[in-house]
Design a protein around this ligand. Structure first.
Ligand code: AQP
Length: 339
């Protein structure tokens, strides 16, 4: 069967499971902004239904949903150019998610490393939602026939599962209805690491606040966190290859490169031989220069929550117009009787 042609369309999302951290910005939002207004239609989502796969205080969830929306807007997502909304306002996500729960195989879900990492030794106590969430993520993407999904490295396996679900659905029902979506994982900061342990990813929900840079941190906090960031005693090497086996050093160089829109090789060319006493303050200054305007704008937007709510409602309306016919056609393909 020849593959149908699909409108070039980007979908991606961020969970409001806490405040945004630098990895969300460099690995996701900054790249989302870069794809806006180009060759793709762009749809960006605050995936609140994913957030509740682990316990969220209801009032904090509302606030975090608005804060992630404010983070998108303050970073340059323009609701006139992109569709911006929160997932739970478009019920078709949950409906297609159920269909995909019936397409995905247990064996596939058992291989998801993020579930193993998040559930840890206490998997018996984890929610069924945490286990099933990659099938809902496939629904988020395929509900819009998205052809491309920009994500950080940690989400690669889930986008591969989305491809498996699309292929199995198409095969089982003898159709080419769903696209086989491409992950877009590029740039120097696809995996920003924890500042206290360069082998772990930076996360919103990491144990200590000192492990991460929050988008709302002030200049002094950013400087203190980089100053205390774990490093080895050696100075910066002469080549990027010299960063191999130095995960903390590699991480700080990658963060600098991503913030400055240059390559890690450019950073090394500039700072080769420098000690941490020189590099860390330069990195902190750069981070403050780039993040302060965003956090100031986020604070301004958060002062008017009703306006954020209106923006998300308008985005949800637009999202529903794309999602509804795709869900209806899926129901027809599956054989769901509708009168
Ligand atoms: N450290 C990171 N480096 C690069 N990209 C990252 N992303 C997250 N952390 C990093 C990317 O941000 C997007 C949104 O992720 P998410 O919030 O939906 O889920 P997550 O990956 O589980 O993020 P967190 O911060 O680690 O949340 P918690 O702690 O609540 O689980 C994705 O594109 C992701 O790749």
């Amino acid at each position: 069967m020849t593959q149908a042609t699909f409108t070039p369309r980007v979908f991606s999302g961020i969970k409001p499971s806490g405040g945004l951290q630098l990895g969300n910005y460099l690995g996701a939002i900054k790249r989302f902004v870069g794809m806006q207004g180009g060759d793709f239609e762009t749809i960006y989502c605050v995936v609140d239904m994913h957030a509740i796969t682990v316990w969220q205080d209801p009032a904090e969830l509302c606030n975090a949903t608005r804060e992630v929306a404010a983070g998108y807007l303050a970073s340059g997502i323009d609701p006139a150019q992109s569709i911006l909304f929160n997932q739970s306002q478009v019920s078709a996500h949950a409906e297609l998610g159920w269909i995909f729960n019936c397409v995905a195989r247990l064996g596939w879900m058992n291989r998801m490393t993020q579930f193993k990492d998040k559930a840890g030794k206490n998997a018996e106590k984890a929610s069924l939602g945490l286990y099933a969430y990659p099938a809902l993520m496939a629904a988020d993407i395929l509900l819009y026939h998205a052809t491309h999904v920009p994500v950080g490295e940690d989400q690669k396996q889930h986008v591969e599962l989305t491809r498996d679900i699309a292929n199995k659905f198409n095969h089982d029902y003898g159709t080419d209805f769903f696209p086989v979506t491409e992950p877009v994982i590029d740039g120097p900061a696809t995996r920003v690491m924890n500042l206290r342990d360069g082998t772990k990813k930076m996360s919103k929900s990491g144990e200590s606040d000192m492990e991460r840079i929050n988008m709302t941190d002030d200049a002094d906090t950013i400087a203190r966190k980089f100053k205390k960031a774990r490093t080895d005693p050696a100075p910066l090497p002469d080549t990027v290859a010299g960063l191999a086996d130095r995960p903390e050093a590699r991480n700080l160089v990658d963060i600098y490169a991503a913030l400055a829109d240059i390559t890690p090789a450019d950073v090394i060319a500039q700072y080769s031989g420098a000690g941490w006493g020189a590099f860390k303050p330069a990195l902190a200054d750069l981070a403050v220069e780039k993040l302060a305007p965003i956090s100031t704008e986020m604070a301004r937007l958060m002062a008017d929550p009703a306006e954020i709510d209106r923006t998300l409602a308008a985005g949800a309306e637009k999202a529903r117009t794309i999602a509804a016919p795709i869900l209806a056609k899926t129901y027809d393909i599956v054989g769901m009787l509708r009168s």
